[in-house]
Write a protein that binds this ligand. Structure first.
Ligand SMILES: Cc1cn([C@H]2C[C@H](O)[C@@H](COP(=O)(O)OP(=O)(O)OP(=O)(O)O)O2)c(=O)[nH]c1=O
Length: 207
């Protein structure tokens, strides 16, 4: 039996993160940041600082998302609960690939990833009792060599556009991936092993 109040806030607009959290039966409600802050301002900026390394960047942005969300919870006088946030970044040749803005950018990203191995880094943070607990997961993903036709066909779908690196492991791009060394759920946006560890620290047991 789970204790009565084990509900958390998920500070994310990513449908994948919701799906993954549901997969392990976590009771959550969404805490949306964008356009809902008290001043109607933007949510956490995802700009990379000059000279910032990918791993440091993901850890910082995740921490900022969780801390900002915890502030929003207090400012809106919402019931106090643990707040979960995450960030995913695709890295190749020390370059951080964000979400492609358009078809050209999506094609460029696929060209860069084709026939090579890249890293997907996802950091997850839980704000609980005025403390931040954070874990970061790194996966290596190898892509087969892609033909122009494959890249074009993929960019004609909606799949590349709201995802870091311009692809989603959970969709059609699965046929591009020849090898994964790491965490499938981490690549998708929320590493469930690490997430369960963090929830455990807040006294929320998944099993
Ligand atoms: C590499 C990869 C990324 N993604 C997604 C996960 C994230 O939603 C997105 C990376 O962007 P993020 O900035 O991590 O997350 P987000 O802006 O979508 O959501 P939020 O900040 O509100 O939590 O890319 C996949 O769905 N599959 C993949 O294989």
């Amino acid at each position: 039996m789970k204790p009565a109040d084990t509900r958390i806030y998920l500070a994310s607009k990513s449908p994948r993160r919701r799906e993954l959290l549901r997969q392990i039966g976590v009771d959550f409600e969404l805490l949306m940041l964008r356009d809902q802050s008290p001043r109607g301002g933007p949510d956490v900026s995802e700009e990379v600082h000059p000279g910032e390394r990918a791993g440091d960047y993901v850890v910082r942005v995740t921490r900022e998302k969780a801390e900002y969300a915890a502030q929003i919870m207090l400012l809106r006088r919402l019931p106090v609960r643990p707040v979960l946030a995450a960030d995913t970044t695709v890295v190749i040749d020390d370059r951080i690939l964000g979400k492609p803005a358009d078809r050209n950018e999506a094609m460029d990203m696929l060209r860069l990833l084709s026939g090579r191995t890249h890293q997907v880094i996802t950091s997850v943070a839980l704000h609980h009792d005025d403390q931040l607990h954070q874990l970061t997961q790194v996966s290596e993903v190898s892509f087969a060599t892609l033909t122009k036709d494959m890249m074009r066909a993929y960019c004609n779908t909606s799949e590349p556009y709201d995802k870091a690196g311009g692809y989603g492991v959970q969709g059609l791009a699965s046929v591009f991936i020849s090898r994964i060394d790491g965490s499938y759920t981490g690549i998708m946006g929320l590493p469930l092993h690490e997430t369960a560890q963090l929830l455990g620290r807040a006294g929320i047991s998944v099993l």
